[in-house]
Design a protein around this ligand. Structure first.
Ligand code: SF4
Ligand code: SF4
Length: 220
């Protein structure tokens, strides 16, 4: 079972990536694609002529799932018997510049903070822990390099919106939830112009989604 041990930004951790690609394998149902990840993947794939819009990323490289029976998500597709990420080519990430946030920050992870802290940080002690036997990384430097300001803004905003969205969705009966699915997917995942900055679009989308759900429930 995977474990995560708390770390502080000032901690030094023994870590060196050996570029084995193992953390990109055995990922069936594991790698969640957040809208910010899909936005950056779509921009890169558009440059490479492999996608025209954010929709193409979900259609060609991901599949939907549902969390706790109410919240639709997208998971990255995998290929082959080893369930490797669809973007792993010849042992290397083919979308490295636009790899999702969890890939970027691995072998660390971030969760919303408690007791007034915005975030808490962890070291993933999983089946790939051999990379913790050599080298040295200052957690603060790793975060500066890999946990971008844009990701911080997104996750802070998610921390604010999910406690509003979840109770709203929980109040909908099965029929209303089904009827809301298109709007949920539209505002949460699809309604992004790749030539405009992500965060203002995300904020506007989430505000619109909350408004639509409240209207459906007759709250406004
Ligand atoms: S982070 Fe670890 S598992 Fe992933 S490529 Fe580097 S050494 Fe391999
Ligand atoms: S997107 Fe790249 S780094 Fe992330 S799992 Fe896939 S191949 Fe690995």
């Amino acid at each position: 079972m995977n474990r995560a041990e708390p770390v502080r930004p000032k901690d030094q951790v023994c870590f060196q990536c050996r570029r084995c690609g193992n953390c990109c394998r055995d990922l069936e149902g594991q790698l969640m694609l957040e809208p910010l990840d899909a936005y950056h993947l779509a921009r890169l794939l558009r440059e490479q002529g492999k996608a025209a819009s954010i929709d193409d990323v979900y259609v060609r490289y991901a599949h939907p799932d549902i969390v706790e029976g109410i919240l639709p998500i997208y998971l990255m597709d995998t290929v082959g018997p080893g369930h490797a990420c669809v973007f792993l080519k010849d042992g290397r990430c083919s979308v490295y510049e636009a790899r999702p946030y969890v890939c970027r920050i691995y072998p660390f992870s971030v969760r919303p903070g408690e007791r007034g802290r915005t975030f808490e940080y962890f070291r993933c002690v999983d089946q790939h822990a051999a990379h913790f036997s050599d080298g040295r990384v200052l957690v603060k430097d790793w975060l500066r390099e890999n946990f971008s300001r844009e990701s911080r803004e997104f996750w802070s905003a998610e921390g604010g919106i999910l406690p509003i969205l979840s109770p709203l969705l929980n109040k909908l009966d099965a029929g209303e939830l089904q009827a809301s699915l298109c709007q949920l997917l539209h505002y949460r995942y699809y309604n992004y112009d790749l030539d405009e900055p992500f965060q203002p679009q995300y904020q506007a989308n989430m505000a619109a989604l909350v408004r639509v759900l409240r209207q459906r429930m007759g709250e406004v």
